[in-house]
Design a protein around this ligand. Structure first.
Ligand SMILES: Cc1cc2nc3c(=O)[nH]c(=O)nc-3n(C[C@H](O)[C@H](O)[C@H](O)COP(=O)(O)O)c2cc1C
Length: 329
């Protein structure tokens, strides 16, 4: 069982931090379907920006299921330490440091995965943040900067020495961005080379693959990102498969109720204007997974108030028989 500091995580599956996707409403759904942990979307370590609308929605809230994980990104040890302290004060129970993000905006400031090239700075950041807080600190990385410099094992050892309590590894280098397939050899090497729990990440999309990646890498847990978009029930499907329990196949009625609940939660969390926009993204994924045509997605995107969005989904899902495509894992 995955243990991070005092937190026993009862599922080997965690939701990946995803800016613009893994917000509080989505994390709640994934936790309900069996994700054992779900990190917040990346929060800048520059606390002067926390009053911005973007950051406010990413701050910890105390009524989220435990353990509450806040992910921070930055490049300056003191700034990251202060952000970690402030997050803990606001209710975070685990601080996750992002050294896996390849986004240009983040790398330009030598944060995210750009840090992987600067091992001394990585060590300084990790030591400073771990010392600054009393709650566990975890780290998320890629396998390296590029395929010639896959230094995940070096970084993992630095992390272990600094007191990092778990390490998530996305099986791609920074240079890979999201191209090609994730590789799990480097992850397996890291699992063998450190004694802290390692969480394997990248391209895990089905129960069978989840089982294969766990077996191949020996990782303590798996982190799932894009595959959960539009099907948060994937966590239950994978957990059931791993435990040898019957396959979980949600009915059309259950899915409809879930999407309506998700929309309601987005509208309430973000307010009408922003909630409407963010709902479009999630509904697009749900409809894709359910095998609906793009025209339905387009029609949904033209709706201009929350009541219309709810009505549209209710009618479309309960009156259209498209054979429930995409529901079964
Ligand atoms: C839309 C999107 C946003 C992401 N945002 C973050 C982020 O804020 N922090 C982070 O560490 N990784 C972020 N990632 C990377 C994911 O956490 C994960 O490592 C990656 O998607 C690979 O896992 P997957 O194949 O299961 O999606 C993001 C990925 C996507 C697709």
């Amino acid at each position: 069982m995955l243990q991070i500091g005092p937190h026993l995580i009862h599922s080997p599956l965690v939701l990946a931090p995803m800016a613009g996707v893994a917000d509080l409403p989505f994390r709640r759904l994934c936790r309900r379907f069996g994700a054992g942990m779900a990190a917040s979307e990346m929060l800048t370590a520059d606390t002067r920006q926390w009053a911005s609308q973007k950051s406010r929605f990413r701050l910890p809230v105390r009524d989220e299921a435990e353990p509450r994980v806040v992910q921070i990104a930055g490049a300056e040890p003191q700034q990251l330490a202060e952000a970690a302290q402030r997050s803990a004060d606001l209710g975070a129970q685990i601080i996750d440091i992002n050294m896996g993000c390849p986004a240009k905006k983040v790398c330009k400031r030598a944060a995210g995965s750009a840090l992987l090239r600067e091992e001394a700075l990585v060590a300084e950041i990790l030591q400073t943040v771990v010392k600054a807080v009393t709650i566990p600190v975890t780290l998320k990385i890629r396998t390296g900067w590029d395929t010639q410099s896959r230094n995940a094992l070096i970084i993992a050892r630095l992390a272990e020495d600094a007191g990092i309590q778990a390490l998530a590894i996305h099986g791609r280098t920074r240079a890979c961005l999201f191209r090609g397939a994730a590789e799990y050899d480097t992850i397996a090497e890291v699992v063998a080379g450190v004694s802290i729990p390692v969480i394997a990440n990248g391209d895990i999309t089905s129960p069978q693959q989840a089982q294969a990646v766990l077996a191949y890498t020996g990782a303590a847990a798996l982190m799932i990102g894009r595959a959960a978009q539009g099907q948060p029930w994937l966590f239950r499907q994978i957990n059931n498969f791993l435990r040898g329990e019957p396959q979980f196949v949600p009915t059309r009625l259950e899915i409809t109720a879930l999407i309506l609940e998700h929309l309601g939660a987005l509208h309430a969390y973000y307010g009408e204007e922003l909630g409407l926009r963010i709902a479009r993204k999630h509904v697009g994924w749900y409809l894709d997974n359910l095998g609906f045509q793009r025209s339905h997605r387009k029609a949904f995107n033209h709706l201009l108030d929350t009541a219309q969005q709810l009505e549209f989904i209710g009618e479309l899902l309960l009156t259209t028989n498209n054979n429930n495509q995409g529901i079964a894992a």
